[in-house]
Design a protein around this ligand. Structure first.
Ligand SMILES: NC(=O)c1ccc[n+]([C@@H]2O[C@H](COP(=O)([O-])OP(=O)(O)OC[C@H]3O[C@@H](n4cnc5c(N)ncnc54)[C@H](O)[C@@H]3O)[C@@H](O)[C@H]2O)c1
Length: 339
């Protein structure tokens, strides 16, 4: 099933949540570069101000890009964001809504705090829900609106592997996927001028870990005590870093403090980038797809779970499953990939 394609984003008004970083920031930049006015929000007032200013400065003349501070898990703040943007863009409707804000957290239902679990679920799920509640009337008023809910492969693949439960994240992503798919018929029957799209990226190289810590009210890694920093590294990551020769067996907090910025610099722009993910989402919306698997990993995992619903839990098979993607990435890195 496809929905009518979007010919062009030019001249439209888009709303993007979580626009201060990662995929959201790239959605804002790419939409603005294609002539679309954007109202973007984020929990972090500093990063959203940068996104809005840089995207607007690089955009063609005649459009507006505005940045707003808003916690999407708080309905009153989402409504205030709506009122601000309608006033600043002098509009009575919006054409596109990208409900993109989200965090990682509450991995273990057993071991992590209830507060962390519920905060993660609230941002991811209630954030999407409040955006739909708040903006649906304005998408209807557009006469040709698109609601794009960012989900994740965790919406159909509820584990990050052995020893890495993702209970709050997966529960919220399953909710986003289920709601978006159920909305298809609701909109068809009751608001045919609006379409819903669910976008499911695999792993994207963003600052989601740091931003999630902030959203959960935790200090940044460089503000942690030595003990706090050492506790941050799960056993599995600890062994991998030692095996890779990046840390000695008896590494100290100081060794870790030096390694983190080096690692961040090394992996910057590696793997699947936020720019590629945003381009995949926008291409999908333009094509009329309602279900966008963003990136090769997402397509591979979708095939795996359809062939075998137990595939997510067959960890022994992961090496084989990821083999072709790893080979492809290595070939790309060494410059031998097929054009
Ligand atoms: N990075 C990945 O591997 C990945 C994979 C699949 C799906 N996703 C999804 O993509 C979306 C964007 O993630 P990203 O990787 O670009 O992360 P990111 O951290 O780089 O960007 C997310 C932005 O959302 C903001 N945010 C967090 N809580 C908020 C709140 N309550 N209200 C408003 N803004 C808030 C953050 O401050 C941040 O600027 C998320 O929904 C995430 O679940 C990410």
């Amino acid at each position: 099933m496809t929905i009518p394609a979007v010919d062009s984003f030019a001249g439209k008004l888009a709303v993007v949540t979580g626009g201060g970083s990662g995929i959201g920031r790239e959605l804002v930049r790419q939409l603005a570069a294609q002539g679309c006015s954007v109202a973007a929000c984020d929990l972090n007032p500093d990063t959203i101000a940068v996104t809005a200013a840089t995207a607007w400065a690089a955009a063609p003349p005649g459009l507006r890009v505005t940045g707003h501070t808003c916690d999407v898990s708080d309905e009153a703040q989402v409504q205030r964001f709506r009122d601000e943007l309608l006033a600043e863009h002098a509009s009575d409707h919006v054409d596109l809504v990208f409900a993109n804000a989200g965090i990682y957290g509450g991995g273990s239902f057993v071991g992590d705090s209830r507060q962390e679990w519920e905060r993660t679920f609230a941002i991811n799920w209630w954030g999407v829900y409040f955006c739909a509640r708040t903006f649906l009337p304005l998408l209807i008023a557009s006469g040709d609106g698109v609601l794009v809910n960012t989900c994740s492969v965790a919406g159909f693949w509820p584990t990050a592997g052995a020893g890495a439960p993702i209970t709050a994240y997966a529960a919220s992503e399953f909710a986003i996927k289920g709601f978006s798919e159920a909305l298809i018929e609701d909109l068809r029957s009751n608001a045919p001028q609006v379409r819903v799209v669910v976008a499911m990226p695999g792993v994207v190289n963003t600052e989601i870990y740091e931003n999630s810590q902030r959203a959960l009210g935790r200090p940044a890694w460089d503000q942690l005590s030595d003990a706090g920093l050492l506790e941050l590294i799960p056993d599995r990551t600890r062994s991998t870093l030692i095996e890779m020769g990046l840390l000695a067996e008896d590494f100290s907090a100081d060794d870790l403090r030096q390694l983190i910025p080096r690692m961040k610099e090394k992996i910057r722009d590696q793997g699947f980038t936020p720019a590629q993910a945003a381009a995949g989402i926008l291409d999908g919306v333009r094509s009329g797809a309602w279900r966008i698997l963003v990136g090769e990993e997402a397509k591979m995992l979708d095939e795996q779970v359809r062939a075998n619903p137990e595939a997510p839990f067959n960890y022994d098979n992961y090496a084989e499953m990821y083999g072709p993607l790893i080979a492809q990435a290595q070939a790309k890195a060494s410059g031998t990939a097929e054009p």
